[in-house]
Design a protein around this ligand. Structure first.
Ligand code: CP3
Length: 341
């Protein structure tokens, strides 16, 4: 029995869609996320347009930290910015435990709306402790993660305490999303590729592993994603996640070897390729599908998020091509999002 390769796109909701610009209010995305009807509608837009096989909740990785009052904003065109970045032990007090039902009631309301509307799985998510820490410590998007690495190396005890707090936030947030109706979760460690494997394994992986373990208890599939993580893929697979994300820097077949066939893979089309003319895009998509062969543990996706200047028609053609050409042995799937009792 054969099935088509499932496909969805990271950042499928958002600025590449004209219908998003029509709905999106001025100001911070965090304000838009606070309006459940709006956030649900934005989540549904790419499902209607592309017929992708999963929805991803319209929210952001900084939401839990913002909702416990750390003082986070997301500046359009920049990303997360922090008024008073994390510097010292006393700053741990600014990261109290998340009470999802009250702190993030709006997120759970969005999921409940979606669970009643979707006939494909809804992917919930959280930022992994390292990537969220990189924003809290740097205070803004960074190229070199200099402050983050300095804290990690100079004060490992404080670093691990910070990781523990952020692990608790991610666990509480993702578990509440699952209870509200999310059918799978993805842990985004987008910037972990900045670390050596040795530092990643000692300073980061134990915490991400705890996130995955405590969410997996609820019986939903877990995915773990990062960019530039070719050298970390074996370690990512050690996190216990069911699915590991692969960017475009290495072929899927190499990622398969590095993860020793222990996990399903997700990726790995370069989002920038989608800015080229269709024949170039088609060639790359076919190469990726061929490279996968008929391996059942595979989800087609981009190696990172959809770029804002992407033509949505190209993404639609990608979905059609993957559905037509990508054949895999039948595999168990996440259940569709389910209505909240
Ligand atoms: O379709 C989806 O993927 C769902 C929604 C989603 C958003 N952010 C919405 C968003 C998801 C899964 C995220 C996760 C997220 N946020 C990550 C991990 C994924 C990745 O891309 O690596 C990271 C690192 C962030 C932090 C963040 N938030 C960045 C870097 C930015 C972009 C800044 C910019 O303007 O270029 C944001 C803002 C953001 N989050 C936007 C969207 C649609 C765009 C801005 C907007 O509409 O205001």
């Amino acid at each position: 029995m054969h099935a088509h390769v499932p496909v969805w796109f990271q950042r499928q909701a958002g600025r590449s869609l004209p219908e998003y610009h029509e709905l999106r209010r001025e100001g911070s995305i965090l304000d838009t996320i606070r309006i459940p009807e709006l956030a649900a509608e934005i989540t549904l837009q790419p499902i209607r347009r592309y017929k992708v096989d999963a929805a991803i909740l319209y929210s952001d990785i900084v939401v839990p930290a913002e909702c416990v009052g750390f003082g986070v904003d997301v500046k359009p065109g920049v990303g997360p910015v922090i008024e008073n970045p994390f510097e010292r032990r006393a700053d741990l007090d600014r990261l109290r435990p998340l009470e999802p039902e009250t702190d993030t009631a709006h997120v759970l309301d969005t999921i409940k709306i979606l669970a009643g509307e979707l006939d494909v799985p809804l992917i919930g998510f959280a930022g992994a402790p390292f990537t969220v820490a990189s924003y809290l410590v740097e205070g803004k998007p960074s190229r070199d993660y200099a402050k983050t690495k300095a804290l990690m190396l100079d004060d490992p005890a404080l670093w691990h305490d910070l990781m523990e707090r952020l692990t608790d936030l991610a666990v509480a947030s993702m578990r509440s999303q699952v209870v509200a109706g999310a059918s799978a979760v993805q842990l985004f460690d987008s910037w972990a590729g900045a670390l050596s494997e040795a530092d990643y394994r000692t300073m980061v992986l134990p915490h991400s592993t705890r996130v995955i373990a405590e969410v997996s208890e609820l019986g939903v599939p877990t995915a773990h994603f990062g960019v530039g993580t070719g050298e970390l893929l074996a370690a990512f697979a050690d996190s216990g996640a069911d699915v590991v994300g692969v960017d475009w820097r290495i072929p899927l077949s190499v990622a398969r070897q590095r993860t020793g066939n222990r996990v399903a893979l997700q990726g790995n089309l370069d989002p920038a390729v989608c800015l080229a003319q269709w024949p170039q895009v088609e060639k790359t998509v076919r190469r990726i599908l061929n490279d996968n062969g008929d391996h059942p543990g595979y989800v087609f996706n981009l190696g990172h998020g959809v770029l804002p200047q992407t033509n949505p028609d190209i993404l639609q053609q990608v979905v059609e091509l993957v559905h037509a050409e990508g054949q895999v042995a039948e595999l168990p799937r996440a259940q569709p999002a389910r209505p909240h009792p």
